[in-house]
Design a protein around this ligand. Structure first.
Ligand code: GDP
Ligand code: IMO
Ligand code: MG
Length: 443
């Protein structure tokens, strides 16, 4: 019996980014999805770029859950997402061309569509902001979520009926064109051209649109194992992130519930993914950013260039202040620490334990970006290690200095480390014994 009161005996785990995105969520989710029956995205859109590597295969996923590479895993695009139909068709076609069966993908009928005018509005808005731009991915995410909240979005259910899609677009386009022309002096869209552009996408995606919340409910009813795949990261959350330098969705674990249509009681584990250092793409505060040699080294060794836009990522040391904050607002029950191998060869490894902000030392993450701009990290330094650790498959295989650093992360954040990643490949993964992840795998 599910749906009743009390704690539900489900086997689910939400996986969220606990920094500014690109923490290696795709890798961790792909690894765990071999054990999952279902993987569901719950927010964001194709601003996400999740990389999965096995052997010589590299996949960069934008809408499609990282579980797609495991045959038989049901993959859902939840109602909390914004979906660009044209990009999704390309993504599915590319996967199919590479021999990946995408027939298990379903799209929530309540998800909202990112339309061509949303992308144009995103780009025009950024241009108008000039130096103060957010540094968005240019995918139309903000305007699509804005239209959803303004109650003038087009939902995925309209992909199932060309005439209804046409009616909605006919109603909404004049306003969008007026904004584009009169506010931004940009080009307007022609209705007929847009309809022809979208017609093949409706044919391709319409049959995949369904009640994904019901599918998910049934997964739980049948005792299946479910993963929720977060995109972006805690510090990019619309409420809790470094506003306004954030994305336009709720990226924290609670959104897994509203963004898929299941009650919060169905979620019983929350895994936060963090790099062993910190990165950020786009503008906004980043207290532990290192603009000197260490930052450059991390970028080169970690190949820190954006999956979606190719932009160089800003790099710095691990920041336990944001990690603790991310842990609190997500209710993290475990950590996955990725890219530990990138730190090999660093003479010392720093970890920010607090900020010095206008003369005061605090380990509480400040809300105001003006305060954040005045924060300097207070570092604790650890001896580095030279060994290549990419072949390590257990904690015992790691050099003592690397183990100490993982323990320091665990101690300062106050949450147990469940998984350590030592390379991009599926195989380069350490599961900590007696952790929630090992319990989840065994369950
Ligand atoms: P996501 O958005 O959180 O899924 O992360 P991205 O895929 O955007 O960025 C993470 C990058 O690091 C990708 O290129 C991954 O292949 C790579 N990666 C993930 N885990 C590791 C790791 O443990 N070590 C190394 N060297 N690379 C990793
Ligand atoms: P994954 O899922 C890193 C950042 C953008 C910009 C801000 C707003 O791969 O971790 P948007 O296009 O969402 O309006 O941009 O958010 N951003 C990401 N940064 N990883 C991502 O996704 C991101 N998605 C958005 O760089 O600063
Ligand atoms: Mg990414």
């Amino acid at each position: 019996m599910i749906g009743g009161a009390g704690v539900l005996n489900t086997n689910s785990m939400v996986i969220v980014g606990a920094q500014w995105g690109d923490e290696g969520k795709g890798k961790v989710i792909d690894y765990l999805s071999s054990e999952a029956d279902c993987v569901s995205r719950f927010q964001g859109g194709d601003n996400a770029g999740h990389t999965v590597v096995y052997g010589a295969n590299v996949f960069k996923l934008h809408h499609v859950p990282s579980g797609i590479l495991n045959p038989g895993t049901l993959c859902l695009l939840g109602n909390g997402m914004v979906i660009n139909p044209l990009v999704l068709v390309r993504e599915l076609d590319d996967l199919e061309k590479r021999g990946i069966d995408t027939s298990s993908l379903r799209i929530s009928n309540k998800a909202h569509l990112i339309m061509a005018y949303h992308q144009a509005l995103d780009e025009a808005g950024e241009k108008m902001l000039g130096e103060n731009k957010i540094g968005t991915t240019g995918r139309g995410i903000g305007p699509a979520y804005a239209d959803k909240v303004l109650r003038r979005g087009i939902r995925a259910v309209e992909l199932t009926d060309f005439n209804r899609f046409k009616d909605h677009l006919t109603d909404i386009l004049p306003l969008q064109n007026r904004i584009l022309k009169e506010v931004y002096s940009s080009d307007a869209y022609r209705l007929e051209e847009l309809l022809e552009l979208y017609r093949p996408a409706l044919e391709r995606l319409g049959p995949l649109v369904t009640d994904t919340d019901l599918l998910l409910y049934n997964q739980f009813a049948e005792g299946k194992k479910v993963l929720f795949e977060g995109a972006q990261g805690a510090l990019l959350d619309i409420d809790h992130g470094t506003y306004p330098f954030v994305t336009s969705s709720s990226t924290v674990s609670a959104a897994a519930s509203s963004g898929t249509g299941i009650g919060p009681g169905y979620v019983n584990r929350v895994l936060g993914v963090l790099k062993a250092y910190t990165t950020r793409v786009g503008s906004g505060p980043f207290p532990s950013e290192d603009k000197e040699e260490a930052g450059d080294q991390l970028r080169q060794r970690g190949n820190e260039f954006g999956t979606t836009t190719g932009r160089p990522r800003r790099c710095g040391w691990f920041d336990a202040v944001i990690a603790k904050y991310a842990s609190r607002i997500n209710g993290l029950t475990g950590l996955a620490v990725t890219k530990l191998d990138v730190l090999s060869g660093m003479e010392i490894v720093n970890l920010a334990v607090a900020y010095r902000c206008r003369g005061e030392v605090t380990d509480n993450f400040p809300v105001s970006i003006d305060d954040l701009d005045h924060c300097e990290p207070v570092y604790e330094s650890f001896p580095g290690w030279d060994e290549d650790i990419s072949m390590a498959r257990s904690l015992e295989d790691l050099p003592e200095a690397a183990r100490n650093f993982v323990n320091a992360i665990e101690d300062t954040v106050g949450v147990g480390v469940d998984l350590v990643s030592v390379g991009p490949d599926r195989s380069q993964t350490i599961i900590c014994p007696d952790s929630q992840v090992s319990a989840w795998i065994k369950d």
